[in-house]
Design a protein around this ligand. Sequence first.
Ligand code: PGA
Length: 305
Amino acid sequence: MHLTFRQLKVFEAVARHGSYTRAAEELHLSQPAVSMQIKQLEESAGLPLFEQLGKKIFLTMAGQEMHHYCRTIAQQVDEMDRVLEEMKGMKRGRLVIAVASTANYFAPRLLATFSQRHPQITISLDVTNREGLLDHLDTNDIDLVIMGRPPEGLDLVAEPFTANPLVVIAPPDHPLVAAGRVPLEWLQQETFVVRERGSGTRTAMERFFAEKKIRLSTGMEMSSNEAIKQAVQAGLGLGIVSIHTLELELETGRLAILDVDAFPILRHWYVVHRQGKRLSPVAQLFKEFVVAEARGLLLHPGEQV
Ligand code: PGA
């Protein structure tokens, strides 16, 4: 059946008023234009939609059926209008973000504040390591990424929003905790538990020691910050992690930060997207929120290191 939305609007107005003349007035059309639209609609329906008894017009059975669907369609279109208006006003929509495994220690806090302010926005979050994030940026299947400094040479827009210091951790009874200031070379006597290849923490750590010409002996490799912290607590070696991962362990005294020369390794967190990407209003809003407010929301005494 071929019909147009305009014909349905005309039909709905005629049915509501029971009059071609009043429908024409409401729609700012001539009465013959209204009659023509109804005639065409009846032709495509293959059934009469109105019947005239005396001066009044009434819906036929087919007309009543069509009227029922018309009202549903009109309601849906109204709702669509409202939703699109709200999207323009940024109150509603879907935000898809991906964050580094390490950033997931603070991302939920940011998302909680953001979603309290914008409860109509639904958020989907993927947590992966740096390599996974670069894949997301490559396939362009997310709005925004939160990661350490992205590599040069990719067409990316990256805005820094807060510091990400990497520190050396040890169990509290480790001899280097009591030693006070630890010269960098002393670390060569220690074994390190390290993150998996593809992790930003691992890459930053390797670059740092290569620049300082320090050879570390690495023991076990683990694919999460939690595993590293557990291994260090269990005495399997020292670890290097972002201070963002340590809130609980520092509070409870289960791990200690060593005071090593040239530490912490100073990094930053960035909110990142592809150059030329058309950010949705919701993504734009989240990006502005992160850049303007994340630092204040995330700062705690440990971050002053
Ligand atoms: P990651 O952190 O070690 O969890 O990949 C990302 C980064 O620091 O760049």
